[in-house]
Design a protein around this ligand. Structure first.
Ligand code: ZN
Length: 154
């Protein structure tokens, strides 16, 4: 697989020095996903406070695209609100379908380096795995938010 050299370096850097790797003691949301095509595994844990991502960590193993992708994604999500994260998920998926302009994907930070992966259809799932887990966690989070809102309304 040949990607732009600069992006290749960035992916390797995240793979070798993953940001936000480890466990959270009491996550509000947790999701473990596997990509059977490549054997990648990612478990994502998110702690929220006031609708914002307070802490986010992942653990897993697999190819450099999946693990670097999780590192880039988690790093980007720190401090973001659930709705901001939903937008980032849409932007990332749009980038992987080739639907977004360079300006639009700029918000994705280092994760922009995965854009070239879309040329290798067998690897797209590797790049999306962390984002799939993130969306599942946000689904759980929105459940929490609803519960919280109901309590406040009482
Ligand atoms: Zn993979």
């Amino acid at each position: 697989m040949i990607l732009d050299d600069l992006y290749q370096d960035l992916i390797l850097d995240h793979y070798k020095n993953p940001r936000c790797q480890g466990d959270l003691l009491n996550p509000d949301c947790r999701c473990a996903l596997r990509n059977p095509l490549c054997g990648d595994e990612i478990e994502l844990m998110v702690a929220l406070k006031d609708n914002l991502v307070q802490e986010i960590r992942f653990s897993g193993h697999g190819c450099s695209i999946s693990q670097a992708g999780a590192s880039m994604m988690t790093d980007l999500c720190k401090g973001k609100s659930i709705s901001e994260i939903r937008d980032l998920c849409k932007t990332f998926r749009g980038m992987m379908r080739g639907e977004k302009s360079a300006e639009q994907i700029d918000v994705l930070g280092d994760a922009v380096s995965l854009e070239g992966v879309r040329k290798f259809s067998a690897r797209i799932k590797c790049a999306l795995l962390a984002w799939d887990a993130l969306e599942k966690c946000m689904d759980q989070a929105e459940g929490l938010v609803q519960k919280h809102d109901q309590v406040v309304n009482l």
